[in-house]
Ligand binder design. Structure first.
Ligand code: MN
Length: 203
């Protein structure tokens, strides 16, 4: 039996109010993410993929059943996403990460615009990402539950920041106003966590 598990949220369902509402968080975590975990376990149980880590699966995801791609991506992406947010985010990064963002994108504001544009411009469902590729920072986006660790990704790298732009992530509060959701989301970004992930990749 596979044993991918739904992680607990590192905060309460209402912690990200008013930017992300309690009901959205509750449904997103306990229903959507939970379904990815359940369906991922179903997809790998009893197959040669059982026991592999998500990272191992992503490396040659194009060779595996689409249910593994969709639900494995869904599980990984959401597990990461929850850790990248917190109540009262710092607003801006500091330290080594801030320096890297400034040197890559000229300014934090330019980075924010580029990332927000990637998130707003992703047609349909998907994710916007800040990744580290060979030591460099890049902004990219993926459709559906794909991510930059997958062999199918146009831009590959290790994700250190990600934003879910599926309608289920914002529709209850923002309806069709994805750009407003994106703008508000910056208030809950956990920059300490992003910086820690950046440092870990750089080592
Ligand atoms: Mn989602």
């Amino acid at each position: 039996m596979s044993k991918f598990e739904l992680p607990s949220l590192p905060y309460s369902y209402d912690a990200l109010e008013p930017y992300i509402d309690k009901m959205t968080m509750e449904i997103h975590h306990s229903k959507h993410h939970n379904a990815y975990v359940t369906n991922l376990n179903k997809a790998v149980d009893g197959t040669s993929l059982e026991g592999k880590t998500l990272e191992e699966l992503f490396k040659d995801i194009s060779k595996h059943p689409v249910a593994v791609r969709n639900n494995g991506g869904g599980h990984y992406n959401h597990s990461l996403f929850w850790t990248l947010m917190k109540k009262n985010g710092e607003g801006t990064p500091s330290g080594e990460l801030a320096a890297a963002i400034n040197s890559t994108f000229d300014s934090f504001e330019n980075f924010k615009k580029k990332f927000s544009d990637a998130a707003a411009g992703r047609f349909g469902s998907g994710w916007a990402w800040l990744v580290v590729q060979n030591g460099n920072l890049l902004v990219t986006s993926t459709p559906n539950q794909d991510n930059p660790l997958m062999d199918v990704a146009e831009v590959k790298g290790i994700p250190i920041l990600g934003l879910d732009v599926w309608e289920h992530a914002y529709y209850l509060k923002y309806q069709n106003r994805r750009p407003e959701y994106i703008e508000n989301w910056w208030n809950v970004v956990n920059w300490d966590e992003v910086a820690a992930r950046f440092s870990a990749v750089k080592k």
